[in-house]
Design a binder for this molecule. Structure first.
Ligand code: XMP
Length: 603
């Protein structure tokens, strides 16, 4: 099966992440194009199509129909906007009369309905989570074999009230009268639910029906056995030069580094790991174990710049700037601007696309790219990104082909800004407020409730009840996260939020709690059951014990949606006991919030 699209060298002048850069260097003729309506799901939709063996790419939603004409089918993605918002994403309406098959998902369905003369209703309250779809048993190829009742995953506020003329309603749920609509002759379809997420039972079958039965695509993408091809591409791009990487210890940069080392030989590849002082216990030693990497000790620089800072966005900004300074120092010292060096990066496909809801992981990278030296390298095309057309799980597959250890490949993701964004701070003291639903904790945690990123207080309820948490975040727009105490030294309403910043003492407390949880997770095998397990420190406590710890295990496929999962009571008790051995901890809480509306990280 031919491999398509894995091109790696950036052309001159496309270093910025403008929307016009959507289709640079990748296959110019993908069979399926996903039009990005600002959603966190568009990458996943493209990935799911690739999993079916069909190459798909993401483009800006407003791309003119004429530029999309080569594709056999278009998917209009979901997104956080309402079609009634000023400036909300749209598509060229000509795509609906081009003769191409179009599938609108969530916001994509609403947009299709509105542009073709149907009616979209503003939702009074959101619907986030599981629902049961009743799908008509028709001969329509889009829904072949899928009739009857099935579990689906919803994440929406608005909904379609009346489909456009010529469309029929194909499916409904208890709360959504138009959960699927079809205009079979015109090959136009829309679904309110998300077939691309794992929580939709048989979700892949909806996409397979669209891709093969409706669009008539043929398999042209092999998601395995690609190492020799990538290595050849690296050699072609690098020529006689050498490559240096800033490696994070995560899967992407480690795989890209290893690929380059294999392709070019260790003497032509250099890797530097920056120790920020914001890493987990044992991390720097782990990274040393990857081999071939130099460690740049920048702990004092990072912690000094963060001293006394409490605002989450400011913390992220300072960390980004500190990375820039350290990189400049390394580049200068190692003379990496010399003509025979190129920059290697572990950029993966979702990182290459500008999209409000998903570009958080790119924050750090954006700062990296701003280092004058790096910017210059990009502009002159001296950059190698061997993984830029791959998704995370494809990268893991490549890593396995390379023989990298499971311990590295199966690591839970860890954010670039490190423990800094898991150690919440507060500019001053504040009281816990008792309300009918529970206790409002006045700390600001980030969420993605409809709009992209918003900070809101946290609600503590008294039971580990995720269904109740979902009901509350759907109903109360003022909170985006719900937690419950597992064990506390005093009742929650006798605790208070204390003025706090990123001190060495608090980071050490968080590092110990995180290490204890990771050890117990690993010993029990729980770390293989969950996708990620952040441990968060919040400044909620008493005079003697100023902080509390929040456990945030989540189930996910790619971090774009996630479910809070409640763990076994025995393991939870052990974790609690281990955490209470750490001085200064007033309570252990459990985060019950799915994503959306909460994010996985707390800042
Ligand atoms: P959220 O918190 O947005 O996280 O639900 C989704 C995934 O992204 C990771 N994450 C980051 N990774 N730099 C990173 O490299 C960041 O600034 C960053 N913020 C979030 C997070 O750990 C999760 O896997």
């Amino acid at each position: 099966m031919p491999l398509v699209g894995a091109l790696i060298a950036l052309p001159t002048g496309c270093g910025d992440r403008t929307r016009s850069c959507y289709h640079r260097y990748l296959n110019p003729n993908p069979q399926i194009i996903v039009l990005d309506a600002g959603g966190q799901y568009c990458h996943l939709e493209a990935r799911k199509v690739r999993d079916l063996g069909v190459y798909a790419e993401v483009r800006a939603s407003e791309t003119p129909a004429a530029e999309l004409a080569g594709a056999k089918g278009l998917i209009v993605s979901g997104g956080p906007s309402s079609v009634y918002d000023a400036g909300s994403p749209t598509v060229d309406p000509a795509i609906f009369s081009s003769g191409q098959a179009v599938l609108g998902i969530c916001y994509g369905l609403q947009l299709m309905a509105q542009l073709l003369g149907g009616e979209v209703l503003r939702g009074e309250k959101g619907e986030y989570g599981m629902a049961t779809l009743e799908l008509d048993d028709t001969s329509d190829p889009m829904f072949a074999g899928l009739g009857g009742s099935r579990q689906i995953w919803m994440s929406h506020r608005d909904l379609v009230g009346r489909p456009p003329a010529g469309f029929s309603v194909a499916g409904r749920t208890a709360t959504c009268a138009v959960a699927a609509m079809a205009a079979r002759e015109r090959r136009l379809y829309g679904v309110q639910f998300h077939p691309e997420v794992v929580h939709t039972a048989g979700g892949q079958e909806y996409l397979a029906n669209f891709v093969f039965r409706v669009c008539g695509c043929v398999a042209d993408w092999d998601p395995s056995h690609r190492v020799p091809t990538i290595e050849q591409e690296i050699r072609d791009a690098v020529g006689h030069r050498k490559v240096f990487f800033f490696v994070s210890g995560g899967v992407d940069s480690s795989v890209a580094f290893r690929l380059s080392t294999r392709a070019l030989g260790a003497e032509r590849v250099r890797g530097v790991y920056v120790d920020t002082g914001l890493m987990r216990e044992g991390e720097t030693d782990f990274v040393r174990g990857i081999g071939g990497l130099a460690v740049e000790d920048a702990r004092e620089q990072f912690l000094g710049a963060l001293a006394g800072v409490t605002d989450p966005e400011q913390k992220r900004h300072i960390i980004g700037e500190a990375f820039v300074r350290v990189q400049e120092r390394v580049i200068e010292r190692e003379r990496l601007m010399d003509v025979d060096w190129m920059l290697g990066q572990g950029t993966i496909y979702p990182d290459t696309i500008e999209s409000g809801g998903t570009a958080k992981a790119a924050l750090i990278k954006t700062h990296h790219n701003r280092v004058a030296g790096i910017q210059k390298l990009i502009e002159s095309g001296r950059i190698v990104e061997p993984l830029r057309s791959f998704y995370k799980d494809e990268v893991r597959q490549v890593g396995r082909e390379l023989g990298l250890p499971a311990e590295l490949l199966d690591r839970h993701p860890f954010p670039g800004p490190g423990l800094a964004i898991r150690c919440l701070c507060a500019p001053g003291g504040a009281e816990v407020k008792t309300v009918a639903e529970g206790s409002v904790i006045p700390i600001r945690s980030v969420g993605v409730q409809g709009d992209s990123r918003s900070y809101a207080p946290v609600l503590a309820i008294d039971a580990l009840d995720t269904a109740r948490a979902t009901e509350l975040t759907n109903r109360l727009r003022t909170v985006n996260r719900v937690i419950a105490p597992v064990e506390t030294r005093v009742p929650v309403d006798r605790m208070a939020v204390r003025a706090s910043s990123l001190t060495a003492e608090r980071l050490a407390r968080l590092r110990r709690a995180d290490a204890a949880v990771r050890r117990l997770s690993h010993e029990s095998g729980y770390d293989r059951e969950v996708w990620q397990f952040p441990v968060i420190l919040i400044p909620l406590g008493t005079a003697d014990a100023p902080d509390s710890v929040v456990l945030r295990p989540v189930d996910s496929v790619d971090g774009m949606t996630a479910q809070s999962v409640v763990m076994d009571a025995g393991l939870l008790r052990k974790m609690c006991a281990a955490i209470f051995e750490i001085e200064g901890v007033a309570g252990v809480f459990y985060d019950l919030t799915h994503k959306p509306p909460g994010t996985i990280e707390w800042e």
